[in-house]
Design a protein around this ligand. Structure first.
Ligand code: ZN
Ligand code: ZN
Length: 383
């Protein structure tokens, strides 16, 4: 599908993104580079500033048919890169440690191929999404009429998977990734002199009871449908003022489950507990959820399309027994549209995602673009 010089061009684009990573919501220069690349591919239209710095390229056959949406993410992470190759990150404390530089390049590879092999029916919609890592980008795109007016019928996305054999396609019916959210709980009591705690309301006991109780909400057993992981993330209690008994505390947890229905049950249990705990200790309780990632609940037909595409390319397919425990905000798309999220092995030797020595393996670029092109053949009649 690609000439070796085209692959070289894609790889050097990926390295360029790697050298100049941008954090979630700040993908301004990345988006500009994507737009410049897309312009050469002459899509029917390019739509910019979608849900922030998101970019969409539409290849429209002009004929009735299916609207196929394929998404890549563009953001980097607040992690200092320890690699010393010549294209290492030039931005201090920021680097592409999840391979979104690679995902973006894979989708550009598809755009390049579509420019010469246009859909014959319907539309191919290529979405370059911002702010995946903080669980905000998909929501912002879905809130943007520039996206929703395109009315996708099917949606697809992929993630590279270190620890899985290179090029192996990893699929799963039902949930592919966990439902993940974070809860920030605030207890408000009353400060008083440290010598006279009886005149105030110190939230320390409530915090300690909460931490003990929360340890019983987890069952880190991936085989179970009611799998749940509740992890304490931070505690903030009082001030470093040794004459004052604390009057306020903030406690944060992340919560994971395999499905949205299990997540609802878990949230209800936590909320009931903390409200009762506040009452018991005479504390005002406030809580909010942040960084919500919906479970990627895959459509069975969409998964079959991925398997079919992989077999056409002679790629090994493996079925993942349990979902992945990480959150991926593509789940918001699969909550609203038919589609599927899948994985592609990045090799057993590849450092784990978010490790400071991780780097996206370039061999996956043509593989990923070809897989997506197979989906274009099926859904929008590409040649
Ligand atoms: Zn990540
Ligand atoms: Zn990622």
């Amino acid at each position: 599908m690609f000439e070796s010089q085209e692959i070289e061009e894609l790889i050097s684009f990926r390295k360029e993104l790697h050298t100049h990573p941008e954090l979630s919501g700040e993908e301004k220069e990345t988006a500009k580079k994507v737009i410049v690349f897309l312009e050469k591919c002459k899509p029917t239209k390019i739509i910019t500033s979608v849900g922030g710095y998101g970019v969409i390229a539409v290849f429209d056959s002009g004929k009735e048919g299916v609207n196929l949406m394929i998404r890549a993410d563009m953001d980097a992470l607040p992690i200092e890169e320890v690699n010393d190759f010549e294209y290492r990150s030039k931005t201090k404390g920021v680097s592409h440690k999840c391979g979104h530089d690679g995902h973006t390049t894979i989708l550009l590879g598809l755009a390049k191929h579509l420019s010469k092999n246009q859909p014959k029916k319907g539309k191919a919609i290529l979405l370059f999404q911002p702010a995946e890592e903080i669980g905000a980008g998909a929501a912002a795109v879905l809130d943007d009429e520039k996206f929703t007016s395109l009315k996708p019928d099917w949606v697809f996305g992929l993630h590279n998977l270190p620890g899985h054999p290179m090029h192996e396609v990893v699929v799963r019916k039902d949930s592919f990734t966990a439902s993940v959210t974070s809860i920030v709980i605030e207890f408000l009591g009353k400060t008083t002199h440290a010598a006279e705690p009886e005149h105030g309301v110190n939230p320390a006991m409530a915090v300690s009871e909460l931490i003990m109780e929360a340890s019983m909400w987890s069952n880190n057993l991936p085989d179970r449908e009611d799998f749940a992981v509740v992890t304490p993330i931070h505690i903030d209690l009082g001030d470093k003022a040794y004459g004052t008994s604390a009057g306020e505390a903030i406690v944060g947890f992340t919560i994971r489950s395999w499905s949205e229905s299990e997540m609802e049950k878990l949230q209800k249990k936590i909320e009931t507990y903390i409200l009762a705990l506040g009452k018991k200790h005479r504390l005002k309780v406030d809580f909010k959820y942040i960084q919500e990632f919906k479970a990627n609940e895959n459509n069975a037909d969409a998964v079959e399309s991925i398997v079919f595409a992989s077999e056409n390319l002679n790629l090994k397919v493996s079925e993942q027994k349990t979902p992945f425990k990480w959150g991926e905000d593509f789940g918001l798309f699969t909550q609203q549209y038919k589609g599927a999220f899948f994985g592609i092995g990045a090799g057993e030797e590849c450092p784990a995602l978010h490790n400071p020595d991780y780097d996206f393996p370039d061999e996956l670029i043509p593989t990923g673009s070809k897989l997506f092109y197979e989906l274009c053949k099926k859904y929008v009649a590409c040649p």
